[in-house]
Each structure stands twice: as structure tokens, then as C-alpha cells.
Design a protein around this ligand. Structure first.
Ligand code: SF4
Length: 352
């Protein structure tokens, strides 16, 4: 590992100033960053430790009934917050399906959004990787790529984004609050992560030194609480990233879907909002035929980027099943196997 400076600022503005220096990186839990540094994948010359910054570890109810979640709130603390889990059950389910208990105890809300792809060529410094070393090429193209992207990819990069948490957040119109040298701004999470295009090293809209300070959920996101699920297919039951996942949330009245929210994970370099599928579902009956039409719409633009055509059909089926589970009703408790496709439809208890 390269030697680096370590600073621990006392205020957000000091942190932003310190991290605006070239070569700097923010350190929170470090659950991804420290592995990247040990592997020589990233070599910051300065770590700016934000773990002691004041005011970033709270969960606050907003006047519209929404929630403001500080960037340093731990994933496990958020998932186990009873009020949060009751109002945003699909997000709690996504959080509990991610990583391991130990990692969830450490990992932060802000860090979760900024975790890097798990493309194995990105982690292998002997491989060509445009994301790690721009202009060197992409060894995943033509390589081992069965888990790579089927939506939004480019010839420069076919990686996927690994976050579970981000998927229902995007479906529910979450907003990211960002502090920079010129003050505070906010962007929708849907537009926060960038598709690879010609510059896969540019992963988000963050400018140098900008810090995520909070994630906000609008009050209207809680209106989906009675019919909201996150479903994730992974290669083992826990401690694995999604091959494909889906967050589905429905607002059902008198046997009709009044409004639908749908996003996919594991299919692109960002959490993928499926707005065409949402339009298909609006006004439809909550039944299998509607869900299949929505799944077709969600994957209409999908193309294999290698040996991963199977992911397109898998994603259709995961979307259909996530919508079926959501329509059946949010369970009173998160299942013992959160987000598992093996969860039974039977026994789902309705909130409303
Ligand atoms: Fe790098 Fe992206 Fe290619 Fe993976 S898919 S090797 S992250 S450029």
C-alpha cells in the first residue's frame, strides 16, 4: 500500500476543503475503500476521515412525512429502525439483503451509494480496465462476463453497480444532499450515478471534494408501504451481490394499481428505474398478465454484453415475482431470508 496522509476535520466545511485537494478520498467505514487501497486499485494520497463530523448520523422525520437520513447512519441501524422499516419496508429489506451482519453494522448510508463495482477485472491490477485506468481497455469484454450489464452499458465498460440499498431508493424518488465548496446542492438519486459512456471512471455527479451529507425520502414514498418488496437473486443465500434484483412498490385501491414504482439492480452501472414498466402498471389490475407486460417493458431495451443473455430473462422473472410479492402485501416482519426468491407468497400479512 502507498503511504498517505490522514486528516480528521472537525467540521463539514473543513472536510470539504481538505478533500478538494487532488488525490484525496473520504473515509467513513472503509468497508470498500480499504480493500481497494490494500489491492492497489486506488491510491489516495490523503484520507479525510468524516466519521467524527457532527450532525451526519441522525434520522429525522420531515414536515411532509418524509425522512432525512444522515450520511453516517449505519446500514444496520437504519434497517432496524422500527419507524423506518414500517414506512419504507422495501428499503429495509434491501439493506438486510446486502453484505454480512458485520459489514452492515459498519457500513454507512453515504458509503453504500459510493461503493465501487465488483467487476473482477477492476480488482485485478494486471487486467485492462477503463474504470481503474482510463484508456487501457476493458478485459471484461470478451472475458468472464456472465454477471455484467445488460442495460446502459458501453464498449468502454460493461460493469454493474453493486448497491442493494440504492435500488428501492431510486424507485421511491430519493434525493441526495451534497455539500461542496460553493455550498449545498441536491440531486435525485436516479441522476446521481452515471452510465459508463466513454468515461467509466466518472461514476457519479460528485465534483472533487463534494461530500454526501444526507439522503432524503419524500413523504409520498411511504404511501407504498402496504405493497412494497425487494427481491434479489444471488449466487449464494447471503453475503453476495445481486445477479439481478428488483424493488417493486404498488399503490392499490379497489383492485386497481393506482401507481407503481419499479427499479432493478445488478443490470446496469446504476440502479435502473423502469419508468416504462411503471406506466404499463398504472391503472392495471394487480395480476400476473399485468406483471408480465411490465416485465417486458422493463427489459425492452436490454442487450447482452457477453455471456449474460440469461440475465435478461432472469430479470423479467424477478420483476414479475417482485410485483407479485408486492401485490400480495408487505409482510409484518422482514422475512428470515430478506429479499430471497425462495420466500413463500403464503403467509404474507397485509398492513392495510
Ligand atoms: Fe473495468 Fe468496466 Fe471493463 Fe470491468 S467492465 S474491466 S470495471 S472497464
Amino acid at each position: 500500500m502507498n503511504s498517505f496522509d490522514y486528516v480528521r476535520p472537525a467540521t463539514i466545511s473543513d472536510a470539504v476543503a481538505a478533500a478538494s485537494e487532488p488525490g484525496s478520498a473520504y473515509l467513513a467505514a472503509g468497508t470498500n475503500l480499504l480493500d481497494l487501497m490494500k489491492g492497489g486499485i486506488t491510491r489516495p494520497s490523503r484520507l479525510v476521515d468524516v466519521t467524527h463530523l457532527p450532525g451526519l448520523d441522525g434520522i429525522e422525520t420531515l414536515p411532509d412525512g418524509g425522512l432525512r437520513i444522515g450520511a453516517l447512519v449505519r446500514n444496520a441501524d437504519l434497517a432496524h429502525d422500527p419507524d423506518f422499516a414500517r414506512r419504507f419496508p422495501a428499503i429495509a429489506e434491501a439493506l438486510l439483503s446486502g453484505a454480512s451482519a458485520q459489514l452492515r453494522n459498519a457500513a454507512t448510508v453515504g458509503g453504500n451509494l459510493l461503493q465501487r463495482t465488483r467487476c473482477e477485472y477492476f480488482y485485478d491490477v494486471a487486467s485492462a480496465c477503463n474504470k481503474r485506468d482510463p484508456g487501457t481497455g476493458c478485459d471484461a469484454l470478451g472475458g468472464e462476463n456472465r454477471l455484467h450489464a445488460v442495460l446502459g452499458w458501453s464498449e468502454s465498460c460493461i460493469a454493474t453497480h453493486p448497491s442493494d440499498f440504492s435500488v428501492p431508493l431510486v424507485a421511491l424518488d430519493a434525493v441526495v444532499e451534497i455539500e461542496g465548496r460553493t455550498g449545498r446542492r441536491e440531486v435525485s438519486l436516479e441522476s446521481f450515478h452515471l452510465l459508463p459512456g466513454d468515461a467509466p471512471d466518472q461514476e457519479s455527479v460528485l465534483a472533487p471534494g463534494e461530500l454526501i451529507v444526507a439522503v432524503r425520502l419524500p413523504g409520498e414514498a411511504a404511501r407504498f408501504a402496504a405493497h412494497a418488496r425487494y427481491l434479489k437473486v444471488r449466487e449464494r443465500t447471503s453475503y453476495a451481490f445481486a445477479v439481478v434484483s428488483a424493488a417493486a412498490a404498488l399503490r392499490i385501491e379497489d383492485g386497481t394499481i393506482m401507481e407503481a414504482r419499479l427499479a432493478l439492480g445488478g443490470v446496469a452501472l446504476k440502479p435502473w428505474r423502469a419508468r416504462e414498466a411503471e406506466a404499463v402498471l398504472a391503472g392495471a389490475r394487480p395480476e400476473d398478465a399485468s406483471f408480465r407486460r411490465a416485465a417486458e417493458a422493463a427489459l425492452a431495451g436490454a442487450e447482452p454484453s457477453g455471456d449474460n443473455a440469461f440475465k435478461i430473462e432472469l430479470a423479467r422473472r424477478i420483476v414479475t415475482r417482485a410485483l407479485t410479492l408486492a401485490a400480495a402485501g408487505t409482510p409484518e416482519r422482514v422475512p428470515a431470508l430478506p429479499a430471497s426468491p425462495f420466500a413463500s407468497l403464503k403467509g404474507a400479512l397485509l398492513h392495510a
